[in-house]
Design a protein around this ligand. Sequence first.
Ligand SMILES: Nc1ncnc2c1ncn2[C@@H]1O[C@H](COP(=O)(O)OP(=O)(O)OP(=O)(O)O)[C@@H](O)[C@H]1O
Length: 366
Amino acid sequence: MAENVSGLTVRQDTETVSPMVSFENVTKSFNSRETGKRAFKALDDVSYSVPRGAITGIIGRSGAGKSTLVRLVNGLEKPSAGRVIVDGTEVSALDEVALRSVRRSIGMIFQHFNLLSSRTVYDNVAMPLEIAGVGKQEIRKRIEPLIDLVGLSERTRHYPAQLSGGQKQRVGIARALASEPKLLLSDEATSALDPETTQQILELLKTINRDLGLTVLLITHEMEVVKAVTSRVAVMDNGRIAESGRTFDVFTAPQHETTRSMLAALPGGSLPDWIGRQVISEPKPGCDALLRLRFFGETADQPLVSRLMAELGSPVNIIAGTVDEIAGEPYGTLYVAYSADPAVMKKAEHFYARTGLNAEVVGYVA
Ligand SMILES: Nc1ncnc2c1ncn2[C@@H]1O[C@H](COP(=O)(O)OP(=O)(O)OP(=O)(O)O)[C@@H](O)[C@H]1O
């Protein structure tokens, strides 16, 4: 834990021994377009480590600084202060020639795929190897299994215009893997895809991460993407890391306002509108308390709601609920209402303390 500028205690990731990427006190200022003077800090004293072999998400709203962070990793930008270290090499200190070889060890996929329309699937994937001067035979030997891996063996002679968005991104992934990178950067790679295609591409990224042991750093503004595929996450806000840690921990107990409001957009992340409109913040005589119960870990598979009902001896009204999976772990949310009578509330509190059930009063309904 550490203090941020506003004095709030924020969560920080600590399990990052021998990271693949380290940002050490990185600040990136841009010149003001009006005055030409350094005015705007797109990144403000960012320290963060991307663990080796995992899929890590960087999430934040538009303008939070995500793309700037990624551009520092492959040396497209240099920090104004601080260091960026990739697999032990300080990329922020390298000249253009040295950077070229580092970039070969970093694959990248993009929102708009960046394929060459005049080249076939095969030729797009082969391109990084052609540029590196690899012979035709060797290229074929390396490319064919990759095209197979991304499920496009039937389409090697097709042009990008003949492919769907998901297929184009598969080409982008195969091309990124052609030079056998140790790190894959994904910049909003699923943002232009429909939800079903997004899931398929995310599954492919998981397979690649697992089977090739490739470290993936994925930047996105979509919580759904982070939830589905990452094991670690850093939430960015105004050029700073607002909080970071295991995705499951950050999603189930968010500490920063930005994380909370981004999570509210997920299905089940906020109250249904019809009840939300009736919620009052202070109890009135005879009203019900509205609670959010969260089930995970040991509380995920126990019949705690029926036990709660028996314990209170007063009706428990189930308002809404979802059962979901975060980073592969089950997670449920249930909104319930019961009498806000102090005696009932006290019994409920004892029940939560005894069982470890995570419960939070979100308001009252008359
Ligand atoms: N070359 C530049 N010159 C001036 N300002 C820049 C430059 N590049 C980025 N910025 C500013 O830095 C801030 C962070 O931009 P960045 O693209 O990193 O954010 P982001 O989180 O990736 O947003 P988005 O999701 O919209 O791409 C923005 O306010 C942006 O306008």
